[in-house]
Design a binder for this molecule. Structure first.
Ligand code: DP6
Length: 420
């Protein structure tokens, strides 16, 4: 390190999206390397509404690797962080910043310590795949800082070792995680199937469902499923390989009918596999089931499906509407059944609220005036479930990771490398 002073700090800030699987990853064949039992496919969500921002910094003055998540210091001693840091350091290259008079050689990276600050633009507690965006962002930002020459796909194999679903957040649009065959996991990585512009009619609505229940983590849930569920073996061997091919074709042809049928069926099978686990795991609750019924009833009353639903390891519904028109009809239905429990509409519908405006929803009186959806033919007055949905996020398929060059967006102070 031929540097004039030891006080310099070099940093990179990146922003990475989260993703929602439409063919689910559930079950590992290797717990340490995080190798899955089947391929999976996801849609990347628009980072304007859901993303992680991470600043990584290096300085000879840092005494140890440290990390802050949403402003609070967290431990980096866990195996998954350690795997990501080790793997990315092993790929580091020479870095030179002539302006600052900094030169770091490939070998130096093993001795230098890092500071990492990460921030989610959505509530971590909402159960919205924050670990996927988080590990993807950590690996992507470190890759830039350390001048790693590998492409996104190779970086995805590093992010995978932080959290399986993270590997799919290295790309925008539609992404496939290929399970791979090799024992060392080098061929278990993400590839982009199509970018976010390929199918930009789609609108995504997330219902963040109120829940008091502490859920089983994905990691331990899928371990128990692998140990006890015979249905998982059937799913991984017989069902998913065919579904992956069908889903790739549906995405290629923008065939919403197939896309929707496959997405709903795969979400339902994932939850069936959870139920087939001993002891059984319940991720969906009554509100989740109600949302499925509303969508199924509506889809069946139309000539072709209007909306697909999918649920991860929690009760939140991710609803994918075929286009803007379908999204406005969907939001009317959801607001009819799940009116807000407060008067603050702006905190009830977040993200791209132009969809609600298109649906004629500008205030609480518009929600109160909504009529029951026409597909309810019986005369039983339909019940409303005020307060069962905490809030809705309106979004769409989005782009992959980017680095942010504007230093004002950095989460660490450029002078001392500590959180701003
Ligand atoms: C239900 O990626 O959170 O969201 O690899 O143990 O960190 P680990 O699990 P994680 O599991 C995600 C499971 C899922 C389905 C999916 O995203 O494919």
């Amino acid at each position: 390190m031929a540097n004039e002073s030891q006080n310099w700090v070099l940093m990179v800030t990146a922003q990475t999206p989260t993703n929602i699987a439409v063919i689910k990853y559930w079950g590992k064949r290797d717990e340490t390397l995080i190798l899955p039992v089947n391929d999976s496919i996801s849609v990347t969500l628009d980072p304007n509404h859901l993303c992680t921002t991470t600043t990584v910094a290096v300085s000879p003055s840092f005494q140890q690797d440290r990390m802050w998540l949403n402003g609070k210091e967290i431990s980096l001693s866990g195996g998954r962080f350690q795997s990501c840091l080790r793997e990315i350091r092993s790929r580091a290259c020479d870095v030179e910043d002539k302006k600052k008079g900094i030169k770091i050689t490939k070998e130096d990276w093993g001795k230098l310590h890092l500071h990492i600050a990460s921030y989610n633009n959505f509530p971590t507690a909402a159960g919205l795949a924050s670990s996927a965006a988080g590990f993807a962002c950590l690996v992507y930002a470190l890759g830039k800082l350390m001048n790693v020459k590998e492409d996104e796909s190779q970086l995805s194999a590093v992010a995978r070792q932080g959290s399986g679903s993270a590997c799919r957040s290295l790309y925008g649009g539609f992404v496939k995680w290929i399970m791979g065959k090799e024992e060392n996991g080098n061929d278990s990585l993400a590839v982009q199937l199509a970018d976010e512009k390929h199918w930009d009619d789609l609108v995504i609505l997330i219902a963040v469902v109120s829940s008091r229940q502490k859920e089983t983590s994905s990691t331990s849930g899928m371990r128990e499923t692998v140990e006890t569920s015979l249905l998982l073996q059937h799913r991984a061997k017989e069902v998913v390989p065919k579904r992956i091919l069908q889903m790739e074709e549906a995405i290629r042809n923008r065939d919403f009918t197939s896309f929707s049928k496959l997405t709903c069926a795969d979400s339902n099978q994932f939850h069936a596999v959870c139920l087939d686990t001993s002891p059984p795991i319940f991720y969906m609750n009554d509100t989740s089931h109600r949302i499925i019924s509303i969508v199924e009833k509506w889809n069946r009353s139309e000539e072709a499906p209007q909306v697909a639903y999918t649920f991860d390891a929690g009760p939140n519904a991710v609803l994918i509407a075929r286009n803007r028109k379908a999204a406005t009809l969907l939001i009317q239905r959801l607001l009819y059944y799940f009116p807000p429990s407060s008067d603050d509409l702006n905190s009830y519908i977040i993200g791209d609220n132009s969809i609600a405006k298109d649906a004629g929803i500008n205030g609480i009186p518009d929600i109160e005036a909504l009529l029951p959806p026409p597909e309810i033919k019986d005369n039983i007055p339909s019940q409303k479930y005020k307060g069962d949905v905490s809030y809705f996020i309106c979004t769409r398929p989005g782009r992959g990771p980017v680095s942010l060059s504007d230093e004002s967006q950095a989460l660490l102070n450029g002078e001392n490398g500590l959180p701003k």
